[in-house]
Design a protein around this ligand. Structure first.
Ligand code: ADP
Ligand code: ZN
Length: 524
């Protein structure tokens, strides 16, 4: 398509410069493009704004034939096609928003080879008639945007994405590129499986968002916390809650206090939701109180803060949701209000989920979220480690780095925990271990005869959340392992032995559990 002369096609570099007006590729783009041009499947993992689109748009222009781009959202398709037309690329979209006559027109132009790129919704693509039509055409490549939608492990599973594996079966010779801003490795593996990608070239960029400051506060009188927080903020913000009822409630309260805000959730009709989105985009309202429904396709660059009123179900969702802050690269903040009781409730929901086979993975994902919330070391390191992007330096831009926790001698505390786990034959999960340490008069403890253990009641002086925090630190330090397959029973590792025997001292962070009003200062 668009050859410079009939015999000679243009190089990726030329297309980058002449069509898109950029002097050089960003990290990864060139390799991805080359692999596609060589006919290989590709998976690209780059955060939002990382430059994924050019990865398939340039090969679409370099290769002959039409590139088919699958996109889940009509608004995204329209934006992309408009932008391409502005730079003189022949592109179009077909989806349910178009009149049948217009669709017919586009199909005819497609058959005539008029397009370098055609954007389609998954359900349109998968219509048998459309698939058959494509087999008779010269297809340059298939691009699956928001590819994580194909996976249950992603944060945005879509039923109609599931069948996209058909593409590779019907068009084994045509390269497929999946693109996502998801970095989670379970999701990554699932995308490859579900799309039937054939030994794909995988490019994963940096997922760090250095301008976002991560902060966690123990949740206590959450409404007061939210109000005092947003009062101190300037500019736009999003507040995420985990249910529609909470969204409505928090919205009403904030509204009564005079904040320019709106609610957003899937229970509202689409006109209403669009209206909220538009006013937010135009800075007519400052705050959107929302469920996770407020997500993909929100393209506002100057969101200054994202508050999580409730803990998300995975660190992946957390990353995506906080990632809506600071797209303009300026200072932004992500605040999580964390409560051990919320966490226990989430664990229970997951446990009661319909698909038992999925629960173990989801529990693990949530454990990672908890680890972030309870981290006593740099939160950005915890976050990036989860995405397998290890960094050995603390970030300097999270609450832990800015206000490090106090270190205490944790030898006796950890001996209490470790020996209790041992006395319980390494069969008990953390809450039960804590119940025993605190000497609770519970029926299940009595039935098991555990009130006679020497460790029963040796930790009465501290609260449940205090002990949870200690246990989590011991997990992070590698002394305890959670056996997910055995009902999250706590097991000791080799590293626990010297501490238990008193041969090695152990430092722990003093758990910060009480709510303390935050200082105003924004500067480090
Ligand atoms: P993503 O799809 O990963 O969210 P986009 O493809 O929309 O990101 O790209 C984000 C922005 O970066 C766009 O404005 C795009 O034009 C720009 N961009 C992409 N690649 C380059 C490049 N090589 N040089 C300069 N700007 C680029
Ligand atoms: Zn940090």
């Amino acid at each position: 398509s668009l050859p410079a002369s009939p015999t000679e096609s243009r190089s990726p570099q030329e297309v980058l410069e002449r069509v898109f007006g950029y002097p050089q590729f960003r990290s990864g783009q060139e390799q991805v493009i080359q692999h596609l041009l060589d006919g290989q499947d590709v998976l690209v993992l780059l955060p939002t704004g990382g430059g994924k689109s050019l990865c398939y748009q340039i090969p679409a222009l370099v290769k002959s034939g039409t590139a088919i781009v699958v996109s889940p959202l009509i608004s995204l398709m329209q934006d992309q096609v408009e932008q391409l037309r502005e730079v003189g690329v022949s592109a179009a979209f077909v989806n349910s928003s178009l009149e049948p006559e217009r669709q017919q027109q586009i199909i005819q132009q497609l058959q005539a080879g008029k397009f370098d790129l055609l954007y389609v919704s998954p359900e349109r693509l998968l219509q048998p008639g459309f698939m058959n039509l494509l087999t008779s055409l010269d297809i340059a490549l298939f691009a699956i945007d928001e590819a994580h939608c194909v996976s249950h492990w992603g944060h945005d599973f879509r039923q109609d994405y599931r069948a996209l594996g058909l593409i590779k079966q019907r068009f084994p010779q045509v390269p497929v590129i999946g693109l996502t801003a998801t970095a989670d490795s379970a999701t990554q593996a699932d995308i490859v499986t579900q799309l039937h990608l054939d030994t794909p070239y995988i490019f994963k960029g940096s997922f760090d968002r250095p301008n976002i400051r991560y902060r966690v506060m123990p949740k206590y009188k959450a409404f007061d916390q939210v109000v005092s927080y947003v009062k101190r903020q300037e500019g736009s913000g999003i507040i995420y809650c985990n249910s529609r009822a909470k969204v409505d409630d928090l919205y009403a309260k904030l509204h009564r206090q005079g904040f320019k805000c709106a609610a957003y959730h899937a229970g509202m009709d689409s006109d209403e939701r669009e209206y909220v989105q538009r006013r937010f985009l135009n800075d007519q309202i400052d705050i959107v109180v929302a469920t996770v429904a407020f997500g993909m396709g929100i393209n506002k660059s100057n969101v200054r803060y994202v508050v999580h009123h409730d803990v998300p179900r995975s660190i992946e969702s957390y990353y995506q949701e906080t990632g809506r802050a600071g797209r303009d690269g300026l200072e932004a903040e992500a605040l999580l209000l964390f409560d051990e009781k919320d966490a226990a409730r989430v664990r229970q929901w997951i446990d009661q989920g319909e698909r038992a086979d999925r629960n173990a993975v989801e529990l693990q994902k949530f454990a990672a979220m908890e680890a972030f919330a309870e981290a006593q070391t740099c939160r950005r390191q915890v976050l990036l480690n989860y995405f397998s992007q290890f960094s050995d330096t603390a970030c300097g831009n999270c609450d832990i780095c800015l206000d490090p926790p106090k270190l205490i001698d944790g030898t006796v505390l950890s001996q209490k925990v470790l020996s209790c786990i041992l006395r319980l034959q390494q069969q008990a999960a953390s809450q039960y271990v804590i119940d025993v340490i605190r000497g609770k008069a519970l029926k299940r403890i009595q039935e098991a005869g555990h009130q006679h253990l020497s460790t029963y009641g040796i930790g009465k002086e501290h609260s449940d959340s205090y002990w949870h925090n200690i246990i989590n630190q011991l997990i992070h330090q590698g002394l305890i392992r959670v056996d997910i397959v055995a009902n999250a029973a706590l097991r000791l590792t080799e590293a626990a032995r010297p501490v238990l025997k008193g041969e090695a001292p152990l430092q722990l962070a003093s758990p910060r559990l009480e709510f303390k009003p935050e200082r105003k200062s924004k500067a480090p």
